[in-house]
Design a protein around this ligand. Structure first.
Ligand code: SF4
Length: 194
C-alpha cells in the first residue's frame, strides 16, 4: 500500500467532527462514493492503494500488535466478505427507508448511536453545538451514518489488533464490490478479444 502514513488522521478527524456536530457524519458519504468513482474511472483500486484513511488507521494501530493470530481462512477464502457485504447492504437499505419515513413524518428521527443496527449506545452522544435549522431527516441520516461508520471502523480495529493490520480489507464491502467489478471488466475484455 502506498497510502501516506498520516492519512489515518482523517479518520480520527471524522469521528471527532461528529462530536462537534453529528451532521458532519455526512462527510462519510464522500468516503463511500469516492472509491467507487475512482474504480469506474481508472478500472483499478486507486482509493484502496493510495488514499484510504481507514486502511492507514488499521496499519498504524496494527503496528502495536506484536502477537497477531493467524487470519482465519474463513476471512480470506470463505463467506465472511459476503456476510459483511450483506450487513452493508441491509444497513444502507434501513438507513434509506427510515430516512424517507422521517422525511414523510411517519417516524420520529433517531437521535442516538447504535452498533450493528440493533445495539444502542447507553449514553447520550455529546454535541459541542446544535444545528437547530437542520431538517429532522438530515439529523436522522447523520446519526445512522455515523453509527455505520463507527461499527465498521471498530470491527476493522478489532481485526487489526487480533490478526494482521489490514485484515479488514479482505472483507471490506468496497473491496468485495471492486473485485466483482474488476472481474466483470476482465471477463468483458476477454470476450471482446476472443
Ligand atoms: S478495502 Fe476498504 S478499508 Fe481497505 S483500503 Fe479499500 S476501502 Fe479502505
Amino acid at each position: 500500500m502506498k497510502n501516506h502514513k498520516l492519512l489515518f488522521t482523517f479518520t480520527i478527524f471524522y469521528f471527532l467532527m461528529g462530536l462537534i456536530n453529528i451532521h458532519f457524519a455526512l462527510l462519510g458519504i464522500v468516503c463511500m462514493t469516492l472509491p467507487i468513482i475512482l474504480l469506474f474511472k481508472n478500472r483499478k483500486k486507486t482509493w484502496c492503494q493510495n488514499y484510504c484513511p481507514r486502511a492507514s488507521l488499521y496499519k498504524t494501530v496494527g503496528k502495536y500488535n506484536r502477537h497477531s493470530c493467524k487470519t482465519p481462512i474463513f476471512f480470506i477464502k470463505g463467506n465472511m466478505k459476503w456476510i459483511i457485504l450483506l450487513y452493508f447492504v441491509i444497513s444502507l437499505t434501513f438507513i434509506s427507508i427510515s430516512t424517507l419515513r422521517v422525511a414523510l413524518g411517519s417516524k420520529p428521527p433517531m437521535e442516538f448511536l447504535r452498533y450493528f443496527i440493533l445495539l444502542p449506545l447507553p449514553f447520550h452522544f455529546p454535541q459541542a453545538f446544535d444545528i437547530t435549522f437542520a431538517s429532522s431527516w438530515l439529523t436522522h441520516l447523520s446519526y445512522r451514518f455515523y453509527s455505520m461508520m463507527m461499527t465498521t471502523t471498530t470491527l476493522g480495529l478489532i481485526m487489526a489488533l487480533l490478526y494482521k493490520p489490514r485484515t479488514w480489507c479482505t472483507v471490506c464491502p468496497i473491496n468485495t464490490m471492486s473485485d466483482v467489478y474488476l472481474k466483470t471488466c476482465r471477463h468483458e475484455t476477454n470476450k471482446i478479444r476472443n
